[in-house]
Design a binder for this molecule. Structure first.
Ligand code: GLC
Ligand code: CA
Length: 526
């Protein structure tokens, strides 16, 4: 490890959806011992941290994003001892652990909510957002839930409505209640003491809503949710002092990291939450949602860097558990050439790369053909316009055995039909595979601090077919050329003497020819 290597800035963060990574006890659901059994694989791949989607007890209305106990492990994932073993095994391999904290809302089965709805006098009542109906019995305001339908649910026994931005089984917490705030900060402490190095904050900018619950103004949109300007139900100013408190607490420990998922925010708004006294990083959805065009990626990256300025280090991702996988969006059929270019871009652009499990083998979304197969309730609500998020959450492909080596029992979601050909075992022995490609480029990145923390200088301002850019750090310069097109191209590389770090060795000066979807990295030697 190079000195002054800072894991969350210079390393690679790998997101695991625990239900779908590896199943150790053959119940069809991935678990912590399963992850432990793959730590050697992750180390060999070269990742520096894993972010685990929620592993806490949950009734799974939103697959873990509805938490019923913040300081326990769901038995379907294992035990607290398993978690401790995971932390230990990961640390031994220099892999850091990032947990997903879902603190905007709890499950409706959380003991706090069960208490809260007992009576208006219950001490936990004010932990949630209750409002009396309007005189005509209607909900207190026009707020809509992101997952569809009104955001207010009437509790007939109490005669009051409670607020939920997501499913009705995910009541939002009242973050203005000091007891809620204290309980939540305790959650951070609990996991930090267990050896966790960082957190991903789920929809953190939704914690606070307008204290007077004013109606959102209307705007044009398709869904009822989109026909409102969300100025009162998210992004309230109280978030800033809270972030400062969180950061002060985190900074008491060395090299901790907090990355936030901003909700309904553009890159500029997102950037405002990052920097000293705020988050270390936040996700840039704008970059991930580009169509296949080099200019699109370049422009959104530059916008992101500009928004962040020098105040925070950027990060980039192309896939996660809520969206179609990049390989499904960009690749044509089973051809992985675009996946290689995408991976190379992710791993050489300025910003910490976040990879989503299976991205390194080009896992594709599973097709969702019938509403009866849908597990994600959002897919049921919006069928067939939107089939939900099951597609990107299917089991990892380890080998060509039954259920792709994920489990010997029927998995909770089916494995993709392409698994006999697309799996880790197969790709690890194929020098042309996406997996070997990713490992190689990760290795190059590890050896070159310039690729980790260097500046980013685009060389082609209006790219139509390929990207060419420099990364520069101290005396080092690396030139990256990525051909986004299926055509052979000629590129005139800048003056100087360059040695190849990746791709064809020669020639490396003057005019070079780029094969379709070529990926080339050069280092300047004088
Ligand atoms: C975040 C999560 C998503 C979840 C939602 C509600 O957007 O990424 O999976 O459904 O929050 O917790
Ligand atoms: Ca299991």
């Amino acid at each position: 490890m190079k000195k002054d290597f800072l894991w969350w800035r210079d390393g690679i963060i790998y997101q695991i959806y625990p239900r779908s990574f590896a199943d150790s006890n053959d119940d069809g659901i991935g678990d912590l011992p399963g992850i432990i059994s793959k730590l050697d694989y992750l180390q060999a791949l070269g990742v520096d941290a894993i972010w685990l989607s929620p592993i806490y007890p949950s009734p799974d209305v939103d697959f873990g994003y509805d938490v019923a106990d913040y300081c326990e492990i769901d038995p379907k994932f294992g035990t607290m001892q398993d978690f401790e073993a995971l932390v230990k095994g990961a640390k031994k391999r220099n892999i850091h652990i990032i947990l997903d904290l879902v603190l905007n809302h709890t499950s409706d089965q959380h003991p706090w909510f069960l208490e809260a709805k007992k009576s208006q006098n219950n001490p936990y009542h004010d932990w949630y957002l209750w409002q009396d109906p309007k005189p005509n019995g209607e909900p207190p305001n026009n707020w809509e839930s992101w997952f569809g339908g009104p955001a207010w649910e009437l509790d007939p026994d109490l005669g009051q409505y409670y607020y939920h931005m997501f499913h009705k089984e995910q009541p939002d917490l009242n973050w203005r209640n000091p007891d809620v705030r204290a309980a939540m900060l305790d959650v951070f402490h609990f996991w930090l003491k267990k050896g966790v190095d960082g957190f991903r904050l789920d929809v953190f900018n939704a914690y606070f809503k307008d204290p007077e619950f004013k109606d959102n103004p209307s705007q044009f949109g398709i869904r009822a949710f989109d026909r409102q300007k969300h100025i009162y139900d998210v992004s309230q100013p109280e978030m800033f002092p809270l972030l400062e408190e969180i950061r002060t607490m985190m900074d008491k420990r060395k090299d901790t990291f907090v990355v936030g998922e901003t909700f309904l925010a553009d890159p500029q708004q997102t950037a405002q939450y990052c920097g000293d006294g705020k988050l270390n990083a936040a996700f840039n959805f704008d970059f991930a949602q580009n169509r296949w065009h080099p200019k699109r990626f370049l422009q959104s990256a530059l916008r992101w860097y500009q928004s962040l300025g020098d105040s925070a280090w950027p990060n980039n991702f192309l896939s996660n558990h809520d969206m179609r996988r990049a390989a499904s969006r960009y690749c044509l059929g089973e051809d992985d050439r675009r996946a290689k270019v995408a991976a190379a871009m992710l791993l050489t652009f300025k910003g910490t790369p976040f990879m989503y499990y299976g991205e390194e083998i080009g896992l594709r979304d599973i097709p969702i053909r019938n509403i009866s197969e849908v597990k994600d309730r959002v897919g049921k609500t919006y069928w067939p316009l939107f089939t939900g998020r099951d597609g990107c959450r299917a089991p990892m492909h380890w080998n060509d055995q039954i259920h792709a080596g994920f489990s010997s029992a029927e998995p909770w979601l089916p494995v993709h039909a392409n698994y006999p050909k697309r799996n880790v075992d197969q790709q690890i022995t194929d020098p042309e595979s996406l997996l070997i490609f990713c490992k190689h480029i990760i290795q190059v990145r590890k050896e070159e601090p310039v690729l980790q923390r260097g500046d980013f200088i685009p060389l082609v301002k209006d790219p139509r077919h390929f990207l060419a850019f420099l990364r520069t750090y101290q005396d080092d310069q690396v030139l990256v050329v990525l051909n986004f097109s299926s055509r052979e191209l000629i590129y005139d590389i800048p003056e100087g003497t360059w040695v190849s770090l990746f791709g064809e060795d020669e020639p490396n000066h003057g005019l070079i020819s780029l094969a379709p979807y070529d990926v080339r990295l050069f280092k300047k030697v004088e």
